[in-house]
Design a protein around this ligand. Structure first.
Ligand SMILES: C[S@@+](CC[C@H](N)C(=O)[O-])C[C@H]1O[C@@H](n2cnc3c(N)ncnc32)[C@H](O)[C@@H]1O
Length: 172
């Protein structure tokens, strides 16, 4: 998704869960539409993608750090033991990363996740089950680690008809 794509309403709704001033990880950042949101509210942002050309427009912004990483090579989690006040993942799923994504949320921090879910096949791509969350899958991923603030698995009409799953959760 390009930089012209508006931020996800889900991310906007739950952005306030990220403690003031704490660093945010925008994983598989694409055009950086959510990096922009958090930079604008005073959060340092680390944006990770296998192609960081989409965030070239942000590289001069104070507090912005882009890391070009292929997240699906099977190599260890590229961010080591770094943790973040906010971890944001939208329209991206690589299941083996889910435990690392959850672990990257620092105490009092938040995970905000939204991506396509089983049932999206009826609407279009992605249709590959590897890229579609199963019912309750994000709940399972955070169980015992984060407190769920909001969770939905539903059909949306905007920005295009799709079946999605989304979660906002915090580490108490
Ligand atoms: C549909 S876009 C979503 C971008 C952004 N999160 C958003 O919602 O606007 C998926 C992103 O995942 C990135 N991506 C896909 N496979 C990846 C991989 N193996 N490693 C790192 N990033 C990857 C793509 O480059 C792309 O930017």
């Amino acid at each position: 998704m390009g930089r012209e794509t508006p931020p996800s309403p889900w991310v906007l709704r739950h952005a306030g869960l990220v403690p003031a001033g704490r660093a945010v990880l925008d994983l598989a950042c694409g055009g950086g539409r959510h990096s922009v949101v958090f930079l604008a509210t005073g959060h340092p942002v680390t944006a990770v993608d296998r192609d960081i050309s989409g965030v070239a427009h942000l590289t001069e912004r104070p507090g912005f750090n882009a890391r070009q990483v292929d997240l699906e090579t099977g190599a260890p989690w590229p961010l080591g033991r770094s943790s973040f006040g906010g971890v944001v993942v939208t329209n991206y799923l690589h299941r083996p990363l889910l435990p690392d994504i959850v672990a990257a949320v620092e105490p009092s921090g938040a995970l905000i996740y939204e991506t396509f879910a089983v049932g999206n096949e009826a609407f279009g791509k992605p249709t590959n089950p590897d890229f579609l969350l199963r019912p309750g899958e994000l709940l399972e991923a955070v169980r015992g680690h984060l407190e769920v603030i909001a969770y939905e698995h539903l059909t949306v009409e905007q920005p295009k008809p799709a079946k999605i799953q989304r979660l906002a959760a915090v580490r108490r």
